[in-house]
Design a protein around this ligand. Structure first.
Ligand code: NAP
Length: 322
């Protein structure tokens, strides 16, 4: 009997894939960094029983109809805004993601980005490396305090709550905004529920960790930035499209907010001449929230396990539903 055919849209480490080669025929796109060509993906989908996709791959009606035999698509991310879930459900294709295994790692990065932005770490590092450090000065590279300040978390889910744990360790006041209240986070962390308006007017750090949905797309816009404190720091570690970058740039240039720490952008990779990158008060990272070796390996394993389960007609560990 032919083994099921699994196509993976990036080259993953052989040590991760190898144990699964006994049960599947695995083919991978030949690059660790370059996304798969759309034409190749469509052609491979036509032959595959399962796909493992990255957040840069659009899983839409076109791809789903090419993949006549595809039973499962395992997305190597917790976010699934690159996938038309309803269209997949209509075609009976199971979609899986990678929640939980990346929560703590992404929270580490988010809090690290908050700290780097507040305390101007990148700018200070560049200053030393450029040989500009000639003297100690009372206000040299002076930034903003983090401890005892107010953090406002928009999207208090798994990662948001893990960030709140870190904030509690820094004696911060914690505000959060979700569509629904999280009683357990309120009890455990002393987090206080706020409307979006209340949160953005009161927080010293506004941290976006809500998924990208039609409702959250562009939610951080001109009006919202105007409501923030002029000393506020905006941190986005969810999806770039949740913030309007033109409005963010204007808010930073006009001094409506003080700084921004961004792991995600409207268009990734961001172009090097993007106006936001010209601002010293912006810390920009290349979407590395979950990028620790341990966590990325755990995410890859989870994708392969989910594929194996579905191809064996079992329930996957982490199925996404609309
Ligand atoms: P999660 O557990 O589903 O948390 C998302 C939270 O957002 C939920 O508590 C949800 O609460 C809230 N939410 C949803 N819609 C909202 C809205 N319209 N307004 C306000 N809050 C809303 O997901 P997670 O595992 O924490 O991951 C969160 C996101 O982080 C992912 O979707 C992904 O985009 C991003 N992420 C980024 C990286 C990176 O590398 N930078 C890594 C991992 C994840 P309600 O349903 O009650 O509203």
């Amino acid at each position: 009997m032919n083994k099921p055919y699994v196509y993976i849209t990036r080259t993953l480490p052989e040590e991760i894939v190898e144990p699964f080669r006994e049960t599947f025929t695995v083919k991978m796109w030949g690059s660790k960094e370059q996304p798969v060509d759309r034409e190749v993906l469509l052609e491979e989908a036509g032959k595959a029983d399962a796909l493992i996709t990255m957040l840069s791959d659009q899983v839409d009606e076109e791809l789903l109809s090419k993949g006549e035999n595809v039973k499962v698509i395992a997305n190597l991310a917790v976010g699934f805004d690159n996938i038309d879930i309803k269209a997949a459900e209509k075609k009976g294709v199971t979609i899986t993601n990678t929640p939980d295994v990346l929560t703590e790692t992404t929270a580490d990065l988010t809090f690290g980005l908050l700290m780097a932005t507040a305390r101007r770490l990148m700018e200070a590092n560049e200053y030393v490396q450029n040989g500009d450090w000639k003297n100690w000065a009372p206000l040299l590279m002076a930034g903003h305090d983090i401890h005892h300040k107010t953090i406002g978390i928009v999207g208090m889910g798994r990662i948001g709550e893990a960030v709140a744990h870190r904030a509690k360790g820094f004696h911060m006041n914690i505000l959060y905004h979700n569509r629904s209240r999280k009683q357990d986070a309120e009890e455990k962390l002393g987090a206080v529920y706020a409307s979006l308006d209340e949160l953005v007017t009161q927080a010293d750090f506004v941290v976006c960790l809500a998924p990208l949905t039609p409702e959250t797309k562009g939610m951080f816009n001109k009006e919202i930035f105007k409501k923030m404190k002029s000393s506020a720091i905006f941190v986005n570690a969810s999806r770039g499209d949740n913030a309007n970058e033109e409005d963010l740039y204007e808010a930073l240039v006009e001094g409506e907010i003080a700084a921004a720490g961004l792991d995600v952008f409207e268009n990734e990779p961001i172009s090097e001449d993007h106006p936001l990158l010209s601002l010293q008060q912006v810390v920009a990272l290349p979407h590395i929230g979950s990028a620790s070796v341990e966590t990325r390996k755990a995410m890859m394993n989870l994708c392969l396990e989910n594929v194996q389960l579905v191809l064996n007609e079992k329930e996957p560990k982490t199925k996404v539903t609309s």
